[in-house]
Design a protein around this ligand. Structure first.
Ligand SMILES: *Cc1c(COP(=O)(O)O)cnc(C)c1O
Length: 350
């Protein structure tokens, strides 16, 4: 049957998510999930009816949280579906392109490939910032430029002045998609205020990270009304299951937001603990990170990744040489991970 599939699909290597890679153990710090497992109430009394395409209560709650108008908010099955909707709505297959800047999140490339849209790759500079001259030289046929900040997997923020330059450079030509999946850990770095000025800006958000709802599959695209209306043309008729809305609305309630803020503060503290502890070890470089993860460079990153794996501590290896991405867990998970790496490095040195 495989040869019946579209050629592009036959050639495709699917995204190797942390979940697909697997592993076994009791410390899971490989998927940037939250360690908090919060409780929710479900009423489940209207499941015979279709959901609203864009549930009003959910759109209103997230718009209020994000500081935008409801007409500037679209909800979808995770931020990942937002990526796909943008490409499907704005890029002509076999004609238009997307541009992205690795090392970065893998789904921009995979969604484009699946849809048959060309990819232009302009790597980040050595300090993981935008290479603006090279982006400018490669904008021909580009409809979407993806920028991830805090960037996954490097953890750094992209400079605001560079984002502004990019928005000016692409005005009337292309849309700048800011992937803010981790922005709730550093809300002051959001570009949401720029929506007022830039009709070519779209922002991706999710409940998967700071709101501890990776399993719920709920994300958002923020943009001006005209852009949102284009996405509404291509979205499925019932993209958000009824129970998803019920839970998402609870997490975005006044109480839910207080809890999320506390959990973010705790995770930011744990990140500092983990970063300081690791940085004190010989031969270890910790890159400053603003999300719920840090990128750490070892003398032999593969060895650290594998020995942790064998000991039930599941981390994420990265395409950057000798680097391992470590999600920030609860205090106990961070202590356990730090202690393990410390003793593993001591054993190698001995
Ligand atoms: C996790 C992640 C996403 C996907 O979020 P979902 O809402 O779970 O689909 C998007 N972008 C980046 C950078 C991520 O790390």
């Amino acid at each position: 049957m495989e040869k019946l599939a579209r050629q592009q699909v036959q050639a495709l290597t699917p995204y190797l998510s942390a979940r697909r890679i697997g592993g076994s153990g009791d410390v899971w710090l490989n998927a940037n999930e939250s360690p908090f497992n919060n409780e929710y109430q479900l009423t489940l009394n209207n499941l015979n009816r279709y959901s609203e395409c864009q549930p009003k209560a959910l759109i209103e709650a997230y718009s209020a949280y994000a500081g935008v108008k409801p007409e500037q908010t679209l909800t979808s099955r995770g931020a990942d579906e937002g990526i796909e909707l943008l490409i499907r709505a704005f890029c002509e297959a076999g004609q238009d392109s997307i541009l992205y800047c690795p090392p970065t999140y893998g789904m921009y490339s995979i969604s484009a490939e699946t849809i048959g849209v060309e990819r232009k790759i302009v790597p980040l500079t050595s300090d993981w910032q935008l290479d603006l001259p090279n982006i400018e030289a490669n904008l021909e046929s580009v409809k979407l430029v993806f920028v991830c900040s805090p960037n996954n997997p490097t953890g750094n923020l992209v400079k605001r002045e560079d984002i502004l330059t990019l928005l000016e450079m692409t005005k009337d030509k292309a849309i700048v998609v800011m992937d803010e999946a981790y922005i709730d850990f550093c809300p002051e770095a959001s570009t949401v205020d720029l929506l007022a000025q830039y009709p070519n800006l779209a922002i991706l958000r999710t409940l998967s990270k700071a709101f501890a709802l990776a399993g719920l599959r709920c994300g958002f695209t923020l943009a001006n009304e005209e852009l949102i209306n284009v996405l509404l043309k291509v979205i499925a008729p019932y993209p958000v299951p009824v129970p998803v809305t019920e839970i998402a609305v609870q997490t975005l309630s006044e109480q839910g937001l207080v809890r999320a803020k506390q959990q973010v503060a705790e995770l930011n503290q744990n990140r500092a603990y983990l970063a300081q502890g690791l940085a004190a070890l010989e031969g270890v470089t910790v890159y400053p990170g603003w999300g719920n993860y840090i990128l750490v460079q070892f003398i032999d990153g593969d060895q650290v990744f594998k020995s942790a794996w064998d000991n039930g501590i599941i981390l994420r290896n990265s395409p950057i040489e000798n680097c391992v991405r470590i999600s920030v867990g609860n205090q106990q998970e961070c202590e356990k991970t730090l202690a393990f790496i410390q003793s593993a490095l001591e054993a190698t040195a001995a």
